[in-house]
Design a binder for this molecule. Structure first.
Ligand code: BG6
Length: 504
């Protein structure tokens, strides 16, 4: 049986920056199933040779491997180009003939076909309808066809439901792979290991010990050339509905009975459904801002009120988490790139050292910080546990100490790119690390009220707080935390970070 991956959107950025490099890497490591073929489709009138040449030039720039050219020459033979317009149903019949030719060349009668929609979401409906019209993907053949979609999966709950309904008219849910590339990150998967392959963390992973949790996904890069996309999509749909809520679900979920797609996704959905809906308390639970030069970006309206930074406070109303705030924040043009999860533990219930300190007439060191566990997702990868230890000497004074784990110290292997892991999972038919329909819809239920609030503020022309590029967001964000008696962990990556960026 031959495996064929058909990429709609062959000339796009995603194909050349993520999909093809991941496939190339898997090919070089001999991990792709055999025989394997990739067919790229877009409207540009390329030949396969021209497409290969263009891909090689763009990918070579980022590959440091001295064997690149040798491996690429072998890889090239499995990639093909087919020029066509996805809006035209005829094209799908022609594509079918093209697939048959490739099968014939490989001496294969049957093929497992996976379609990858690396196109603007506005084209999804048309493509799915054409599958339906031409019968080229059928839910009656669950092993034969699959479809990969990139986010955003809809623009709100309603449109996500519509999209899911359309998909289900052609594919079964287990044939649909909705990519959230955060789920393919090694460090995100390590959260499963940390929580469920150890016994020492889980008993303390609840409202009895945890004071609050912060999930930060900050980027130092500005919006840049993606102005038009950003203006219409915004940060809630671009980052929160998917990446941040996925991080929250994995951090907060109950242990699944097995590490299996159904069990894992059932537990994640339960978390999302338990999040308190913020309909009437948006102002208490959200702060937002825009970086000063955003309005000068290409394709951005000169008076734009679209936020480029948002922080949310969410509560999970279940036994484990009742009363523990989860803070989620993300921004563009921030001080540094950092994705991290901070588990902030409560302070000791009773501080026994106060009288000793007074006896020795030392300055008080009461009111200690609680312990914290920092999970760094990227760009450096690791975990840091903070605790107090005694300052050596004759009295009981304390200092912050830490235990750190760095992925960089474990083996010489480079961490695999998220897309490599996810593509292999698609080919082996494992949807564990992909968003299920009910998960996507439950996530929109949380985001919609915040998005509606922002949309209404924009319509009413309400001014937006600004922040300097290279900062940690608008001052309102720090103030908001202070009012709640907490502080953001405004810390650029500390574990395994090259020295050249100075101190943190
Ligand atoms: C994408 C968003 O999904 O994730 C981008 O569309 C964002 O706006 C990117 O920059 C961040 O991904 P990563 O892996 O660089 O953190």
């Amino acid at each position: 049986m031959m495996n064929v991956l058909i990429i709609f959107g062959a000339s796009g950025d995603l194909t050349s920056r993520k999909i093809i490099p991941a496939l190339f890497q898997l090919f070089s490591e001999k991990k792709l199933p055999k025989p394997f073929a990739v067919i790229g489709i877009s409207r540009t009138r390329f030949t396969s040779a021209e497409w290969r040449k263009q891909l090689k030039a763009s990918i070579q720039k980022t590959m440091k491997d001295p064997d690149f050219s040798r491996d690429w020459d072998q890889f090239e033979s499995i990639i093909h180009y087919f020029s066509g317009d996805v809006k035209n149903p005829e094209m799908f019949f022609e594509l079918n003939c093209f697939i048959k030719e490739i099968q014939k060349e490989n001496g294969e009668k049957n093929a497992e076909i996976v379609y990858y929609l690396a196109v603007a979401p506005i084209l999804y409906t048309q493509i799915i309808q054409n599958f339906e019209k031409t019968g080229l993907a059928a839910k009656d053949f669950p092993d034969k066809y699959g479809i990969i979609l990139e986010k955003p999966f809809g623009m709100d709950r309603q449109s996500a439901e519509d999209l899911n309904r359309q998909l289900h008219s052609v594919f079964q849910e287990n044939q649909i792979f909705r990519i959230d590339h955060y789920l393919g990150k090694e460090t995100v998967n390590n959260i499963f290991a940390l929580r469920f392959a150890n016994t020492i963390f889980e008993p303390l992973w609840n409202r009895d010990y945890i004071e609050h949790i912060q999930i930060t996904v900050n980027e130092s890069l500005p919006v840049g050339r993606r102005g038009p996309f950003y203006e219409s999509t915004g940060i809630l749909r671009d980052m929160f509905q998917n990446h941040l809520l996925q991080l929250l679900s994995i951090t907060a979920m109950e242990p699944p009975a097995q590490f299996d797609a159904k069990f894992v996704r059932d537990e994640k959905v339960k978390v999302l459904r338990s999040i308190r809906k913020s309909k009437y308390e948006i102002e208490k639970n959200m702060v937002y801002g825009q970086y000063v030069k955003y309005r000068e970006e290409q394709g951005v309206h000169p008076d734009s009120l679209v936020p480029t930074f948002i922080a949310l406070r969410l509560f999970i109303d279940n036994w484990r988490w009742k009363g523990v705030p989860f803070y989620l924040r993300s921004g563009k043009s921030m001080s540094c790139q950092t994705s991290q999860i901070l588990i902030q533990y409560k302070k000791p219930p009773h501080w026994i050292f106060e009288n000793e300190i007074q006896r020795k007439r030392e300055k008080s060191s009461s009111d200690p910080e609680g312990n914290s566990l920092l999970i760094q997702i990227q760009p450096s990868e690791g975990i840091r546990l903070n605790f107090l230890s005694k300052v050596p000497g004759t009295i009981m004074l304390f200092q912050n100490s830490e235990l750190t784990f760095s992925f960089g110290n474990y083996g010489k292997n480079k961490l695999p790119e998220a897309y490599q892991r996810l593509l292999l999972d698609v080919f082996s038919g494992d949807p564990s690390l992909f968003a299920r329909n009910d998960e996507v819809e439950a996530a929109w239920d949380i985001i919609d009220p915040f998005q509606n609030y922002i949309d209404s503020a924009i319509r009413r022309n309400i001014s937006i707080p600004l922040y300097e590029s290279g900062s940690w967001g608008p001052s309102a964000s720090d103030l908001w935390m202070q009012k709640q008696g907490r502080t953001w962990l405004n810390l650029c990556p500390i574990i395994d970070r090259p020295e050249k960026n100075g101190s943190y």
